[in-house]
Design a protein around this ligand. Sequence first.
Ligand code: ZN
Ligand code: ZN
Ligand code: FE
Length: 756
Amino acid sequence: MQLSVAFTSKKRIKVEVKGLVQGVGFRPFVYNLARKCNLNGFVLNSGAGVTLEVEGIMQNIDTFMELFSKNNPPLSKIDALSVNDIELQNDTSFEILNSVQNSITTIVAADTALCADCEAEMQDKNNRRYLYPFINCTNCGPRYSIINKLPYDRKNTSMHKFTMCKKCEKEYNDPTNRRYHAQPISCYDCGPKLKFINLKNDNIIDLQESITSTCKMIKEGKTVAIKGIGGFHLVCDARNDDAVAALRLSKDRPLKPFAIMFKNLAAIEEVAYLTQKDRALLLSQPRPIVIVQKKQTNILSDLVAPGLDRIGVLLAYTPLHHLILEELNHPIVATSANMSDEPIMKTEQEIVSKLSLLTKYILTFDRDILNACDDSLATNLESQTLFLRLARGYTPKNFIFKKETKKKVLAVGANQKNTISLAFDNYIVSSPHIGDLNSIEAFEYFLETVNTFKRFYNFEPDIIVCDKHPNYETTKWAKALQTKSSAIELIQLQHHYAHALACMAEYNLDEEVLAFCFDGTGYGDDGSLWGGEVLIADAHAYERVYSFKEMKLLGSEKAIKNPKRIALALLFELYTLEEVLELQLPLLNAFSSQEIKSYHILYSKNINSVATSSVGRLFDALFAFMGNIDEISFEGQSGLQMEVNAANSTTKEVYSYAIEGKIINYDAMIKELVHDNKDIAMKFINTLAKIVVEISDKHATLAVVLCGGVFQNKLLCNRVISLLHEKKRQYYIQENTPVNDGSISLGQAYYALNNR
Ligand code: ZN
Ligand code: ZN
Ligand code: FE
């Protein structure tokens, strides 16, 4: 008797949900579930997330909560949930109420690829959105790239200028419809319009025919600029040598691999070997570019990734891509529309004014991209995924911590692969990849992103965290800002410590770790360039316990593009000038004896040469010793090509080295490899892995952190991980954020969160 009273008695609960719950179909999900369970009450978007109250008989509330926790909408992510009993209100219906705004910040969702339901509708002749290039729903479509400010309502997006037709409006307002409150909802009658522009004859072709015109140009070997979600791609036939060569020439990008877009997985498997992990990553909602093993013979032009054994592939992710690839029926190069390393372009005006020599054809539409966002880039190791660039589909990237800060923190990142991060309350939010801040365009994009994030999160920083490098644009900007407003606290954080902290942030670590920071270069506490560091660090402080022996960059930064100079300096370290002139090395063919003598003067008098402990530069030097004496064409080239070289080797051999106090001395290695001509790349990688293990053994109680751009090298990563695994060592390497400078801002923000 008592029991049935309990079961039939009524109660009301209030549920508060924090996390990624706005703009992802959360309210209709709650609405439909509440009605299914016969409950009354309401749901609304609140500043902090979603708030709902339901009342009804207890048993129904239990069922509701059970289903609630099981079946969240696919794009949602709950960070925190609170449930409280409250007083009955005797509501007679369940309603979706208007958003209430308060000061607390909500989360901006990332852009999402076309979902399977929408794809099916797009292929359905009887659907009113048959072949519609802008089809989307609550579970898919643009988000971050079209948002001007929060809350995420249509009027705050670039869809505000399109007035919904009656049919769309009905779907938008119907909580049982899968487009309920899908802000970018549209159709042929009311949505954005496609436009094909031919700059050669000033011809503009509208609508469906514009796709036909685009495909015709691609078939003819032309490059077409095509508008995507976060910016334009430059697209050409990936099988056509002449087309790819022309694109390389005009983009001034001789060797750096191009990403290739395919219509489905089967098309990728024709040209590449995919692992189960690769397939899953390619098909995942963010649809990143995944670097995979290329098949020896395939239909692609060799020029898409010259000299490499792997290629970057991705699947069509917008409805427009699907329509184009369906019509073409062959893979396309889809590289970001920009000049060399400038930011991705997001307007047709930019294409016309800056790329008109590169392409005369533009496929565009009138839904504006408010926030540019590049494609994300990842690769799979044996044990995990490694991100090389985090952008479309993943960002803004949110992290939640136990630790809280009362301050508002802006972390401005590094100079290359720049990103920014905000820290507030117990959150960190990281921006998409912004890029290398070497051009005015890139720096403007940085400033724009800072402003966008300040607007999104209603944010004026109390603290700015930047790098220690005095010449980073971000450091200069941060210092200038602090000069103007002395209320702002400025924290300058050492680059490699920030690398370690980024990994600690991802795994929510604050205990002491042993961090191997193998990197390009970063400004050291002593003013030299660091990059081969072993730190003992926690979330508050660090100590540099080992570092690689310094080498000289002859001609300073110029040596980074010319690794043969680094290699030469390593020889000067070990041999007299006369001995060097006597050596028989492919490297030395790159210099006349007069040049060698001149460089020796620079070296011995320390003119225009800086010292660095960078492992990245050591990779470059080894690459030069192997006979590769040309200028480096893109960052990471030597590592990639050494992997190609090492891939066929199974040797377990290592070179000699010595750990002398705090210095990792590799003189013996250089002496050995000067007289070696076999498996140099693999032996070098084995040596680095052995160094990691030997040092870890000396600090057996500490968990190991592996960070820095050098760990993008798959062979090295796999080798180190398998050795640490054999030894049953606890190790961490970033799996959801880049190991490279893309995560510097995350590390900087994590430091502030833990210390202020
Ligand atoms: Zn959809
Ligand atoms: Zn419509
Ligand atoms: Fe770095």
